[in-house]
Design a protein around this ligand. Structure first.
Ligand SMILES: Nc1ncnc2c1ncn2[C@@H]1O[C@H](COP(=O)(O)OP(=O)(O)OP(=O)(O)O)[C@@H](O)[C@H]1O
Ligand SMILES: [Mg+2]
Length: 250
């Protein structure tokens, strides 16, 4: 099994409440991997552990052969891992362009000790323009984030995630609260911007999961019930009993 990204026997307690009780799964490089599970199953807790916001009580998160458990998110960013939150985390008062610019600049300053040379400046501006275009916000790039629709704000959030040039992207319920149309647009956007990258997505909407994921891990009572292709997961009796129900297409 590849060791690109690996959750190994992760446990997490919150003052005695056992939320994760030995969760393990592997993600291959360039795979689109979805984590599903009922409300309160511990998906966001797992997400926070994968992205360094929380430290596991025991167990490990391994990225490219290194144990990154509890490593600060900004350090993980430099190593190529970028996350987007279940709760929108963009700067509301800044324009679309400036939100993305702040991410691109942080990446370049960290990597190159960015000097104020005009050609470097041009480079950065071109990168910001390319991301604005990629997430479909060119028409509103000078507007403050606060003036955008909910779907556009989530697209901006994905743009901010891309601004650090990640190879591994973690998304926690990127379509939560969206209309059907916004969700369809978001799925296309996520498929496009994660091409050639690795994606781990936590998602409730099964249409989204089945249109994006190559592999699905089912989180149930703190452990991973199974980790397999969408076809195998949707046909598995234990998964139907625990989560999907009998109507799951199979
Ligand atoms: N910081 C915390 N302190 C105490 N309990 C917590 C904390 N964070 C999460 N929990 C508890 O852990 C359990 C799992 O929560 P979590 O948010 O990880 O679930 P989830 O699967 O993401 O749920 P949802 O589907 O609603 O997004 C819940 O019972 C929650 O109340
Ligand atoms: Mg959650």
């Amino acid at each position: 099994m590849s060791d690109y990204f690996h959750i190994r026997d992760v446990h997490k307690d919150f003052s005695g409440l056992k939320v994760l009780t030995g969760a393990s799964f592997h993600v291959r490089e360039k795979e689109r991997h979805a984590v599903i599970g009922p409300n309160g199953a511990g998906k966001t807790t797992l997400f926070n552990i994968m992205s360094g916001k929380l430290k596991p009580s025991c167990g490990a998160v391994v990225f490219k052969g290194k144990d990154i458990s509890g490593t600060q998110p900004y350090v993980l960013n430099r190593r190529g891992l970028s996350r987007s939150f279940q709760i929108t985390n963009i700067f509301q008062e800044l324009s679309v362009f400036d939100n993305i610019l702040s991410g691109v600049r942080s990446r370049h300053e960290l990597r190159y000790h960015f000097f104020k040379r005009p050609e470097r400046h041009r480079d950065i501006m071109d990168k910001v323009e390319a991301i604005v275009e990629e997430v479909g916000l060119a028409d509103v790039k000078h507007q403050p984030a606060s003036s955008l629709s909910y779907g556009q704000q989530r697209a901006l959030e994905i743009g901010v995630t891309l601004s650090t040039e990640p190879e591994l992207i973690l998304l926690d319920e990127p379509t939560a609260g969206m209309t059907r149309d916004e969700t369809a647009r978001a799925v296309k956007l996520i498929a496009r911007v994660t091409a050639g990258r690795t994606l781990i997505i936590i998602e409730h909407d099964m249409d989204v999961v089945f249109s994006l994921a190559d592999t699905i891990s089912v989180l149930h009572y703190g452990t991973i019930l199974m980790s397999d292709t969408p076809e195998k997961v949707s046909c598995n009796q234990r998964v139907k009993d625990a989560y999907l129900g009998e109507e799951a297409a199979c």
